[in-house]
Design a protein around this ligand. Structure first.
Ligand SMILES: [Cu+2]
Length: 146
């Protein structure tokens, strides 16, 4: 019994250590009216930081994130960082420039994203948001994640 408990504790500790050791931050830059890069792939526990944000903001589109995933909405002009723990696709926008195509995607985790079908069938999948979703779909195919 004592042995079983300490094994479990060691395993938990090992997970904590390896998670913190591998967590990374990906930078997305605002460039005129586009996100660069438009689509990023990260692991659960990793962060995304938005940079060069003068005249821009970053906010999730509530219908286009995984169930239980954190929403965010940054203030105009602020460089912010968001950590993603829940796997799936997060589609986000810059509010002033969404109609000019300033829509990005963050893919958290490997394999087929849990909410990609819901995103593709969402009424929000249209216009410039739809354009990003189509590009995302192609990238998922290229990476064998469909
Ligand atoms: Cu913008």
């Amino acid at each position: 019994m004592r042995f079983a408990m300490s094994s479990a504790m060691l395993a938990a500790l090992g997970m904590l250590v390896s998670n913190s050791a591998i967590s990374a931050e990906t930078v997305v830059s605002a460039r005129v009216t586009q996100w660069d890069p438009m689509i990023v792939f990260i692991k659960p526990g990793d962060s995304v930081r938005w940079d060069n944000m003068a005249g821009h903001n970053s906010e999730s589109i509530p219908e286009l994130i995984p169930e239980g995933g954190d929403q965010w909405q940054s203030k105009m002009g602020e460089s912010v960082s968001q950590t993603f723990t829940k796997e799936g696709v997060y589609i986000y926008k810059c509010a002033p420039h969404v109609s000019e195509g300033m829509v990005g995607a963050i893919v958290v985790g490997e394999g087929k994203p849990v909410n990609i079908d819901a995103i593709k069938s969402s009424p929000e999948n249209k216009g410039m948001i739809g354009r990003t979703i189509r590009k995302l779909d192609k990238e998922l195919e290229t990476k064998g994640m469909k």
